[in-house]
Design a protein around this ligand. Structure first.
Ligand code: PLP
Length: 362
């Protein structure tokens, strides 16, 4: 069996053709493809505005600058890629790490406990972890009741509709639902946020080239956007394929004693990741050994995520001792299995059988 990674892109001939056409056109950086890609994204997400950017991290960075002031306190999740909370630090604001609930996402009830006690909290940066859409009604309730800003990091949920949140961001890294190689986007319904983010993307200049704030060059090129347009046409198909793979994993591990999917199969998940939790207390192999054994057998599993608050840099800032029992237990048990549209049924069956064989009860 050739190596099966945990995620990878799907590139067809039509993706290649549109990129080649763009390379032969007059514009390589900001031409017509940028606007076309952005329009397709705001239409798909029911948002009024979209700003494409160089990557998902840039999307978070500019969003944090637009939403936060220095010293603001922001509730966020330890269970994400480091970029989510790093963006809060970029804005000189203060992340507060909240424990997760059973589906791996931030515990919004716990967020409310914090909001009740501390009126200086100004925002929540939440992640639709693994592709499961966040509870929109609860976010709406928290936003209006406590007068806070909400950013949804939807890097795992490309195309999800924007409802009540101030900003939603996406990433187009190759393991995500669609790719532009590197790339990201921000959607919002708020015109002033849109104007500010657009300016920050282009050195802080307005439409007349007056530099009014300190900005960056975070633009996404026409070449990347051309690929994005072509990929976006296939998004629904990609999500369906991922959901079909997830369904099969769920059936395979249904009532397994030791390997348990993070949550029951859900149409509300876009399955960027398929996470299982493994009870290592009941078996004779450690997590590290299992990962190595699987890699030796050409299966590229991953761990999503090491708690951000326990990363060495965050520890150096004084984080790491938060009371997050769910996150700590989750981190001991979690493993992400391969899921991507090109994973075929023979490969998936191989993954299922191999992991079942290695995870043998004591
Ligand atoms: C939840 C989350 N947020 C942000 C990012 C950052 O996106 P990018 O890699 O495009 O900078 C990622 C990607 O890895 C992610 O998974």
């Amino acid at each position: 069996m050739k190596f099966i990674p945990y995620g990878k892109q799907t590139i067809d001939q039509d993706d290649i053709d549109i990129v080649v056409q763009t390379l032969k056109s007059d514009f390589l950086t900001t031409g017509l493809k940028v606007n076309e890609f952005e329009q397709k994204i705001y239409e798909k997400t029911n948002a009024k505005y979209c700003v494409s950017v160089a990557n998902g991290t840039a999307a978070l960075h500019l969003s944090a600058l637009a939403l936060l002031n220095k010293g603001d306190k922001v509730l966020t999740t330890p269970n994400s890629f480091i970029a989510t909370s790093n963006s809060i630090l970029y804005a000189n604001a203060i992340p507060i790490f909240i424990d997760i609930c059973s589906d791996g996402s931030i515990d919004l009830d716990l967020c409310e406990e914090y909001l009740k006690q501390d009126s200086s909290i100004t925002a929540i940066f939440a992640v639709s972890f693994s592709g499961k859409i966040l509870d929109q009604e609860k976010l709406k309730y928290l936003k209006y009741k406590y007068n806070i800003k909400i950013l949804e990091d939807n890097a795992h949920t490309m195309g999800v509709k924007l409802t009540y949140s101030d900003i939603s961001i996406f990433s187009f890294h190759p393991v995500k639902h669609i790719t532009t190689a590197e790339g990201g986007a921000i959607v919002t319904n708020d015109k002033s946020l849109y104007e500010k983010i657009k300016s920050l993307r282009n050195h802080g200049q307005d439409d007349k080239h007056n530099m009014t704030i300190l900005g960056y060059n975070y633009r996404l090129s026409d070449i990347n956007c051309a690929l994005g347009i072509s990929q976006l046409n296939k998004l629904a198909k990609f999500i369906q394929k991922r959901q079909a793979i997830a369904k099969k994993y769920n059936e395979a591990f249904d009532s397994h004693n030791i390997i348990n999917p993070l949550y029951q199969y859900s149409n509300n998940s876009y399955y960027h990741l398929f996470v299982v939790q493994i009870n290592f207390n009941k078996i004779n192999i450690t997590k590290e050994e299992l990962i190595n054994e699987l890699r030796n057998k050409n299966i590229g599993v991953q761990v999503h995520y090491k708690p951000i608050n326990k990363q060495p840099y965050y520890k150096s800032l004084g984080y790491g001792d938060e009371d997050t029992p769910n996150m700590d237990k989750y981190f001991e048990e979690c493993l992400s299995l391969p899921v991507y549209p090109l994973l075929n049924s023979i490969e998936q069956e191989y993954v299922i059988q191999t992991i079942k064989e290695l995870v043998d009860e004591k």
